[in-house]
Design a protein around this ligand. Structure first.
Ligand code: COS
Length: 386
């Protein structure tokens, strides 16, 4: 095999490593210094948005033909991972911009892409994804929000909840029932603009973590949307929504990997510095074994995330298993690693003087959003038993 240029050496491209170095430097300088304040004051990370936008990292997934960076799925994961390593809330800027436009990229018309994507690439706009409702979370197809044709327009009525970056975004991919007799085949997807008549952003949730990223309810009160803003054909919206998640669950895996890496880095530095019984805590084998386990699991999670992203990038079908596995595994690892990091810090880890308690709170959501890890296991099991 040696010397065969087609042989996959199972390593990232030089461009990926260069990208990581660039985004890491930016994050350390521009984003990390504000992470604690963003969390403490539950405020949107405006410094991160400005830094990411200025350097073109705010929506790296947007294809070049729509004025974007055209970053591949692995590169997008690396950007999200590196931002999450210092501030999980800020990593939702590139992540949710992808989530909010992936359905459009996969199934929308060129005209609609032209309306939306360049504004994301330039940083003028952000996008969110609106699938869940109060009574339709894991069972997404049970949604009640309705869209009816009215002349050339669509009129949407209902509400959506748990909308990440709700109120910050300009564009929302909204799934609504257009034919109640057809079950999930009667659901359609629309691009809704924040200035559309009848579109209202509700109050922000009070959350355990990712406090810098607003999570809001959305209300549609006879919300009028022009006919050309439907994504694909009527009735294809649920499949578009699930295909979107096939592409974006690995990005949540990437976020989880980043949070866990941030916690591991902090823990390694702390145990080398902290002295007990006359020695650095890092000299104790019990501590060393904990660190080794954390790093080992993290490395496995990272590889699975990149592998899932690469398969999505290659346009493979049947992404359900690997996409769910990568998100589920990485988020479970992030919860374990951040919890162990708090443990390694001892009492100090339980205070807000160090970042690991924030990372532990932020990690929790990665086991829940874009489908709970129970739903990920359901998707994996269905794929095995099909
Ligand atoms: N891509 C494209 N189509 C898919 C698909 C996928 N990954 N998975 C399923 N489908 C299709 C099915 O083939 C089916 O089509 P037909 O009716 O033509 O056969 C249709 O979509 C409905 O699929 P299914 O019957 O499996 O749907 P269920 O209602 O059983 O729900 C789950 C499927 C539970 C997997 C889905 O609702 C889900 O992922 N829930 C979690 C939602 C979520 O992640 N919410 C978080 C929102 S972002 S914070």
């Amino acid at each position: 095999m040696a010397g065969n240029p087609d042989f996959d050496l199972f390593q990232l491209a030089d461009e990926h490593n260069e990208l990581r170095a660039a985004i890491r430097a930016l994050c350390e300088k521009e984003i990390a210094p504000h992470a604690a304040d963003v969390d403490e004051n539950e405020r949107f990370p405006t410094e991160a948005l400005a830094a990411l936008t200025t350097s073109g990292f705010n929506a790296v997934h947007v294809p070049e033909e729509y004025d974007g960076q055209g970053a591949d799925s692995v590169a997008t994961c690396i950007v999200i991972e590196e931002v999450a390593r210092v501030c999980a809330s800020s990593s939702l800027i590139p992540a949710v911009n992808k989530l909010g436009t992936m359905g459009l990229i996969l199934s929308g018309s060129d005209e609609l892409k032209q309306q939306v994507l360049p504004s994301l690439a330039s940083g003028e706009a952000m996008a969110s994804y609106a699938l869940s409702e109060r009574e339709a979370g894991s069972d997404a197809a049970a949604m009640r929000t309705r869209a009816k044709e009215d002349g050339d327009d669509w009129i949407i009525n209902g509400s959506k909840c748990w909308i990440t970056n709700g109120g910050q975004s300009t564009w929302y991919t909204v799934m609504a029932v257009t034919d109640a007799d057809l079950g999930s085949s009667g659901i359609s997807a629309f691009m809704v603009h924040k200035d559309d008549e009848g579109f209202v952003v509700g109050p922000k949730e009070k959350k355990l973590g990712i406090k810098g990223s607003p999570t809001a309810e959305l209300y549609f009160e006879n919300c009028r949307v022009p006919g050309d803003r439907i994504i694909g054909e009527p009735g294809t919206g649920f499949k578009t929504a699930l295909q979107t998640l096939d592409h974006t669950r690995p990005t949540i895996g990437a976020q989880a990997v980043g949070i866990a890496q941030g916690a591991l880095d902090a823990a390694v530095a702390y145990v080398k510095d902290r002295k007990q019984f006359g020695s650095a805590v890092s000299s104790f084998q019990g501590v060393q074994f904990m660190l080794a386990d954390m790093a080992m699991k993290l490395e496995a999670a990272r590889l699975m995330v990149y592998h899932a992203a690469a398969r999505a990038e290659r346009g493979e079908h049947n992404l359900g298993f690997i996409s769910s596995a990568s998100k589920c595994f990485a988020s479970d690892v992030a919860m374990e690693v951040t919890t162990d990091a708090v443990q390694l810090f001892g009492g100090a880890g339980y205070t807000r003087d160090f970042p690991v308690e924030r990372m532990m709170r932020d990690a929790k959501i990665t086991q829940i959003y874009e489908g709970t890890n129970q739903i990920q296991r359901l998707v994996m099991a269905r794929s095995l038993l099909r």
